[in-house]
Design a binder for this molecule. Structure first.
Ligand SMILES: C[S@@+](CC[C@H](N)C(=O)[O-])C[C@H]1O[C@@H](n2cnc3c(N)ncnc32)[C@H](O)[C@@H]1O
Length: 339
């Protein structure tokens, strides 16, 4: 299995140290590149499906005219509060809280309320993962570097916290999640120790879990906290991150105008693989088994890949450590009809 280029502990330490100075702010990754890739038209309708603290949104708004509209989406109530404050000053913004896999609902509601005229967008932006404010706030439970309640939900009002899940899941399920979403080779051993530990004491804090994993993983990866992979895995599972991504990509075919673009910034190979395969699949068409009386060239591509993988500049990486694992991919909707 390919190595997962996920966030590692030294990176998280650097992020924590840097953001300590500018508490609860988020340094936007690939800001100019991503917004340029959207090719913003002044009167277009765009979706920033991962609002965070609105870094990309602000630049999109600068390029939109008075007729343009920007729908902003986030699961996180704090991101939504931030977006609503911005909306109070700018009536081109439509704010919608929920999973970005449900973005067609945001479009349909905005059509119903007369804020936009069509349920197709000119562009859709996804800047995946967690924001710095989420990592910085110990009470959110995303960081093994900070002692806090083991929650990890992007929306703490919906679903099960990481602590609740670890208390009730069976050993095989825990091992499977840690292996599948963290590519952690000690997944079985970690799951076994979690189950053993919880029989004596519920795992309710980030530190409890991080310490338990550190004691279990006896072969350390250089420069990486032993809990890095497991924390990533549990976070991805609790927030359905890869399912949301897959669903959102599939729906983009139906909800982008011709030449409308989808721009996705991923931070680890599990996400990037999904984006890459989606774009390749719709560009080339499905693999047709040999012997079937269908010609491959009868397939009309629904998406065109724009360039290959785009990476942040050296300057950006040296100024913002979080950007170093970023990979941006761009797709453009063709005029091929839906099936
Ligand atoms: C990396 S941050 C985005 C930062 C933003 N581009 C900026 O410049 O401020 C990712 C944001 O997306 C949100 N998010 C992640 N996955 C989501 C999903 N499946 N549905 C809705 N929001 C999601 C997170 O809550 C977080 O606020």
């Amino acid at each position: 299995m390919k190595k997962n280029k996920a966030t590692n502990s030294s990176m998280e330490e650097e992020v924590v140290a840097k953001t300590e100075k500018k508490a609860f702010s988020h340094e936007t990754v690939m800001l100019n590149e991503a917004v340029e890739a959207l090719q913003v038209k002044a009167d277009g309708c765009y979706i920033d499906a991962t609002y965070g603290r609105g870094g990309h949104s602000s630049l999109i708004l600068e390029q939109l005219g008075p007729e343009g509209r920007l729908i902003v989406i986030d699961k996180d109530p704090e991101a939504i509060a931030h977006a609503k404050a911005k909306q109070a000053e700018d009536n081109r913004i439509v704010v919608w809280q929920g999973a970005f896999s449900d973005f067609p609902d945001a479009l349909n509601e905005a059509v119903a309320s007369g804020e936009i005229s069509s349920n197709k967008a000119d562009g859709l932006l996804l800047d995946l993962g967690v924001s710095s404010p989420q990592l910085d706030d110990a009470s959110r439970g995303f960081s093994f570097m900070r002692e806090g309640a083991l929650d990890m939900r992007m929306n703490p009002d919906v679903g099960m916290s990481a602590s609740e899940w670890l208390q009730k899941a069976d050993e095989a399920e825990i091992a499977d999640v840690i292996w599948r979403y963290g590519e952690e080779r000690f997944s079985r051993r970690i799951a076994k120790d979690i189950v053993k530990h919880r029989e004596e004491e519920e795992i309710v804090t980030t530190k409890q879990l991080a310490d338990l994993i550190a004691a279990t993983v006896y072969k350390k990866e250089p420069g990486k906290h032993p809990a890095t992979r497991s924390f990533q895995a549990i976070r991805i599972f609790i927030n359905r991150e890869l399912d949301d991504l897959t669903d959102c990509l599939d729906l983009s075919i139906k909800h982008l105008v011709t030449q409308g673009r989808i721009v996705v910034i991923s931070f680890h190979s599990l996400e990037d693989r999904i984006v890459k395969r989606f774009l390749q699949m719709h560009q080339r068409g499905p693999k047709i088994p040999k012997g079937l009386p269908i010609m491959a060239d009868q397939y009309a591509p629904k998406m065109r890949m724009v360039g290959k993988a785009h990476k942040p500049s050296k300057d950006e990486v040296s100024g913002n450590v979080r950007s170093r694992s970023a990979i941006m991919r761009i797709g453009e909707r063709t005029d091929a009809p839906l099936d």
